[in-house]
Every structure is written in structure tokens, then in C-alpha cells.
Design a protein around this ligand. Structure first.
Ligand SMILES: Cc1cc2nc3c(=O)[nH]c(=O)nc-3n(C[C@H](O)[C@H](O)[C@H](O)COP(=O)(O)O)c2cc1C
Length: 187
């Protein structure tokens, strides 16, 4: 399996990094061919530019290289902390710039069509808020809708979402139990 891991956190001591490491080790043990995008380490510029979307201007080389990676993969793991009810800005900007028209989707006479069909994604979202509260308030539902219908599913990717809640104030045992669940999230 060609497995692309997209990691979005500035802190190597974060829970998000611990999840990413566990996922990486599991995928390696399963024999996956793995490529990792570490957006902070790459100092990715998340601001969409005319050159990203206007065909008459040359697309930046780093964006073309990321686009090759998303076409290369047949599975994506996307791991991030929830910030203000949304994905980190650096990841949002990555999607804006890399999942471009003609690469990840295309508009035709019948509307938009995903170009990344046949691929799967596991999105892992870490939240400070306990799961039960976000289940009750519809916040989880909103994340599923945005990630699936709004982004990855829109591009034709079969998308599954996992939430790990209460990770900041919860106990070490809770965080440990989440890390133990990571292997089942790797195909
Ligand atoms: C700028 C910022 C905004 C945040 N917004 C939310 C939020 O909207 N909902 C939530 O549950 N947690 C929120 N948090 C808490 C983080 O999701 C939580 O600290 C994180 O998942 C812990 O994992 P980490 O160790 O990987 O950072 C926010 C944290 C920061 C720094």
C-alpha cells in the first residue's frame, strides 16, 4: 500500500505527534510504502495564490511536488488537533493549494467530479473537548461533513473519521488507550 501521512503540528511533544508516530510504526510493520508530509517542518506557506489556480501562471514547484504525492498515494492518514472547531490553518491552506481543480477534482457539465477515486483516507482529529459533549452538540457531525462531503469525499476518496476527545485535560490512561487504538486505524 502506498501510504501518505499528512501531519500538522508544531510540537514534537504533542499528542498529535504521538498518534502520528504510532500510526507510522504500525504502517511500517504492515509493510506499507510510506511518505510523510510534515507541514510545519516543511514551513508550508498556506496562503492560496493566483499561481495555484490560474492556468496561465506557472504553478510553484513545491505545490507540483505535493500534487504528485497525493496522486501517488492510495491511502492517506491525516492527523491534526482541532483548533477553533476546525483543522489547523496550515492544513487548510495545504488543501486549498494542493487539492486543486484538475488534480483532485474537476468541474464538468454535471457538476464537480472527484479525481482521486479508488483511494481511502483516515482522518484522526484530536480535541480538547470530551467526545460526549461534541457528540451531543453536533460538532463531530460537522467535522465529518466538512472532511467527507467538503474535502476528501468531494475528491472521490473513501473517507473515515476518528475522534480522540479530552486529550488535553484527560488522564494519561485515556491518552494511552487512544494510542492503543491507532493500529486498528491502519488498513
Ligand atoms: C488555538 C487552539 C484552538 C483550540 N480550539 C479547540 C476547539 O475548538 N475544540 C477543542 O475541543 N479543542 C480545542 N483546542 C484544544 C486542542 O484541540 C487540544 O489541545 C489538542 O487536541 C491537544 O492535542 P495536542 O497535544 O496534539 O496539541 C484548541 C487548542 C488551540 C491551541
Amino acid at each position: 500500500m502506498k501510504h501518505l501521512i499528512i501531519y500538522s503540528h508544531f510540537n514534537p511533544d504533542s499528542f498529535t505527534k504521538a498518534v502520528t508516530d504510532k500510526l507510522f510504526d504500525t504502517a511500517k510493520a504492515k509493510g506499507h510504502e510510506i511518505k510523510m508530509i510534515d507541514l510545519y517542518a516543511d514551513q508550508f506557506d498556506p496562503v492560496l495564490k493566483a499561481s495555484d489556480i490560474q492556468t496561465e501562471i506557472e504553478t510553484p514547484k513545491n505545490i507540483l511536488a505535493y500534487q504528485e504525492l497525493i496522486k501517488w498515494a492510495d491511502h492517506y492518514s491525516v492527523i491534526y488537533p482541532l483548533w477553533w472547531g476546525q483543522m489547523p490553518a496550515i492544513l487548510k491552506g495545504f488543501i486549498d493549494r494542493v487539492f486543486a481543480n484538475g488534480v483532485a477534482f474537476q468541474y464538468g457539465p454535471e457538476g464537480p467530479k472527484g479525481l482521486l477515486g479508488g483511494r481511502s483516507a483516515r482522518v484522526i482529529i484530536n480535541t480538547g473537548t470530551p467526545d460526549i459533549y461534541y457528540e451531543q452538540t453536533g460538532m463531530h457531525k460537522a467535522q465529518v461533513r466538512v472532511n467527507d462531503a467538503g474535502v476528501f469525499g468531494f475528491c472521490g476518496i473513501d473517507t473515515q473519521i476518528t475522534f480522540f476527545g479530552d486529550v488535553a485535560m484527560g488522564s494519561d490512561d485515556l491518552r494511552k488507550s487512544y494510542l492503543e487504538q491507532v493500529p486498528v486505524l491502519v488498513p
